[in-house]
Design a protein around this ligand. Structure first.
Ligand SMILES: Cc1cc2nc3c(=O)[nH]c(=O)nc-3n(C[C@H](O)[C@H](O)[C@H](O)COP(=O)(O)OP(=O)(O)OC[C@H]3O[C@@H](n4cnc5c(N)ncnc54)[C@H](O)[C@@H]3O)c2cc1C
Length: 456
């Protein structure tokens, strides 16, 4: 079996390792346009903020490791065309510009994503940067030395992590977002109000509901960001406004979502049976609504890449889908979320209700305590859990994983309300905080049904 893998970061590396582990005789040919593999972008903010001292620690594999496993690895090779019908890829060697063609039995598309670059004036100015791969991380790190005023465009988790990292380096930081809340994909206002207030109290300028319009500069270097609401001085700007799938290669040949994200079945096969795909280049199977969604996360990439390897030679291990479970640390806050929130549930076509509970995480007789802020989102009619958010100075983020399991296994608020969780006063109350959260949802439903009966 001759397998060509295009792109080798997380999904690609997982796929290559698993294919070779399970099919030692497979001829696996890898093309990667970068000069490195397996870079963990999630460490960029930690590197910029000084927690991670050596960026080499952000790689967990290398071309030599894959070669030792038996892969034929071609670094700095760009695949320029894919002919799905004739099972052929066309490749340019970026080192000498030579070209080659290669046939395959199976193709693995792990081409990932690229930052969305809105059509703004002044994008070509020096110090207007993107944040995705190793080279960009190095550029941010080098250029930050001379930058005092840093403007981050986009208040998603990547932008927010950079805001904290630069603030901790003593920079003057401005965060700009066109929407009315930070982290809106993950958290509802009860949480983001607290976080935005906290950012402001740390001296960060948070400008929401402002669309970035252009960048201005002097001597070719950025010095100002113009938005719909004002102008902000800047020595460095980082664009963090989202990602789009890197799938131009298969446009018109393989089924995708309108944004180009490749659709896959439960065994990682695309609409062509000999073409597999995984990671940021794909739509995920989203359990809260049973549909497809574009959620580019490393968690999805490594799972899907591994499943490509498991299933390349026949349907063996089913993809369980995702809830897009995420964790975030921001200025002492431990934040976890999974599934939909109040805002995104409508976009996902779900009819939901939610409960929000604030409680101490453990008994009051304990000398110290922390508040825990929690929300549970569930489907009206079935009471199936479809989302959850949890935030505290105490690290309760593992509860987002518990809620993720609840969503995947289609548990109801009643299941979670009375499920067996341990009690130990160092950690929680006789009712764990997730029990308490779900019991609040059960009580809410009892009151609603009483009211409906009274009105009937
Ligand atoms: C700053 C930052 C922080 C993040 N933090 C987290 C986090 O904490 N948790 C989390 O789960 N996720 C996080 N992510 C998301 C995560 O990094 C991505 O989901 C992940 O990188 C996706 O892996 P992938 O292999 O699918 O795609 P990519 O990482 O995009 O890799 C695709 C690879 O394909 C190569 N390629 C593309 N086209 C071609 C071609 N034509 N020819 C040859 N090679 C090609 C590219 O060079 C690249 O190496 C973060 C992302 C960023 C940018």
């Amino acid at each position: 079996m001759k397998v060509v893998v295009i792109g080798c970061t997380h999904a690609g590396t997982s796929a290559v390792k698993t294919i070779l582990n399970e099919n030692p005789d497979a001829n696996v040919i890898v093309y990667e346009r970068n000069d490195n593999i397996s870079f963990l972008s999630c460490g960029i903010a930690l590197y910029v903020g000084g927690t991670v001292k050596d960026p080499q620690g952000l790689f967990y594999s290398n071309p030599e490791e894959l070669s030792a496993l038996g892969a034929d690895v071609h670094m700095e090779h760009d695949v320029t065309k894919v002919d799905v019908e004739n099972k052929k890829v066309y490749v340019t060697n970026l080192k000498d510009n030579s070209t080659l063609e290669e046939t395959y039995d199976k193709l693995v598309l792990t081409t990932g994503s690229w930052p969305i670059i809105p059509p703004l004036g002044g994008l070509d100015l020096e110090n207007v940067l993107l944040c995705k791969n190793y080279n960009q991380a190095q550029e941010i790190f080098t250029r930050q030395t001379d930058a005092e005023k840093v403007v981050i465009i986009g208040g998603g988790y990547i932008g927010i992590e950079l805001v904290e990292a630069f603030a901790e380096q003593g920079k003057q930081v401005t965060l700009i977002d066109g929407l009315d809340r930070i982290l809106n994909k993950y958290l509802d206002p009860e949480f983001t109000d607290i976080l935005e207030e906290d950012l402001r109290s740390k001296g960060i300028t948070v400008r929401l509901n402002e669309m970035c319009q252009s960048f201005e500069g002097e001597n070719g270097k950025v010095n100002k960001v113009i938005t719909s609401g004002g102008e902000y001085e800047a020595d460095m700007v980082i664009l963090c406004v989202g990602f789009r799938p890197n799938t131009d290669l298969i446009k018109g040949q393989i089924d995708t979502l309108p944004n180009g994200a490749i659709l896959i079945d439960d065994y990682m096969k695309t609409s062509h049976p000999d073409v597999f795909a995984a990671g940021d280049s794909c739509a995920v199977n989203y359990n809260p609504n049973g549909g497809h969604a574009y959620i580019p996360l490393a968690t999805n990439a490594v799972r899907m890449g591994t499943l490509v390897g498991k299933n390349i030679n026949g349907d063996k291990v089913r993809y369980r889908g995702t809830q897009s479970t995420s964790g975030l640390y921001l200025f002492g806050w431990n934040i976890g979320s999974t599934g939909v929130n109040d805002a995104s549930s409508k976009v996902m076509g779900l009819d939901t209700r939610s409960v929000y509970v604030v409680d101490n995480y453990r008994p009051e007789f304990m000398p110290e305590n922390e508040k825990i802020y929690m929300k549970l989102v569930y489907e009206v009619g079935t009471n199936r859990i479809v989302g959850g958010q949890i935030m505290s100075k105490y690290d309760a983020t593992a509860s987002a994983n518990t809620l993720s399991l609840a969503i995947q296994n289609k548990m109801t608020i009643e299941d979670l309300a009375y499920v067996d969780f341990f009690f130990q006063p160092v950690f929680d109350r006789p009712w764990n905080y997730l029990n308490i959260l779900a019991q609040a949802a059960v009580e809410q439903e009892r009151l609603i049904s009483l009211e409906e009966s009274a009105n009937a």
